[in-house]
Design a protein around this ligand. Structure first.
Ligand SMILES: [Mg+2]
Length: 218
């Protein structure tokens, strides 16, 4: 049995399930869009219809990078925008996985755990507090706040930050493009969480609790 491995967990869709096919259809994304429209109304002093049109255009032109679009096209400070639009209350819109806290607690006995997400820090903090699992993690990495997308350097940044070799590390996530492929590319062991097996991950699991089988028995 290996000791002292580092396990990186994606957050949305991994530490709490997203039932919808895509994050874009999830209640979290919907709430973020609603908050964004209110933010744009207040910042630019425009009405709801105009703000909605404007924001829909941004979503189309800057998929997954709305803050950059608002900064570029409207001169809006992206950090101010992110803190407001993502300060969503998780109550009622995310679900707890029964037994997750027990599994994380067990894993911390032989491993260091980290959260690695593209989500802004404010949302990571809200979710971790809501789920009551913050204390199991040695660190939280937000790609957005570090200005690093996973594909462009987030994993190398973390490895050097914690002083770990990729072979001692595992990345667990529900998105092949964002979680699995960039981690695998630098030699991190990968665990895909999804409805079917991944052709690119080292391991595939159907629910996050099945991680016990892989990490403990590996
Ligand atoms: Mg995810």
């Amino acid at each position: 049995m290996n000791k002292f491995q580092r396990i990186f967990f994606d957050m949305d869709g991994t530490l709490h399930p997203i039932r919808q096919e895509s994050f874009l259809d999830s209640p979290v994304h919907n709430q973020m869009v609603e908050r964004s429209i209110v933010y744009v109304m207040q910042k630019l002093g425009i009405g709801k219809r105009k703000a909605t049109e404007l924001f829909e255009g941004i979503m189309e032109r800057y998929p997954r990078f709305y803050s950059l679009g608002l900064q570029k096209e409207q001169g809006i400070d992206r950090w101010d925008y992110l803190v407001h639009s993502w300060n969503i209350n998780p109550e009622g819109i995310i679900q707890r996985v029964d037994g997750l806290d027990r599994m994380l607690n067990d894993l911390t006995k032989r491993n260091d755990l980290y959260v690695v997400s593209d989500a802004p820090r404010v949302w990571m903090g809200n979710v971790m507090s809501h789920l009551g699992i913050r204390d199991f993690f040695s660190g939280l990495y937000s790609g957005t706040n570090l200005n690093l997308k996973k594909k462009q350097g987030l994993f190398p940044h973390i490895l050097s930050d914690i002083g770990a070799e990729p072979s001692q590390c595992y990345m667990v996530g529900d998105e092949e493009q964002n979680d699995i492929i960039p981690a695998r590319a630098i030699g991190i062991n990968t665990v895909y969480l999804g409805k079917s097996d991944s052709a690119v991950a080292d391991y595939s699991i159907r629910d996050v609790l099945s991680l016990r089988r892989i990490i403990v028995d590996d």
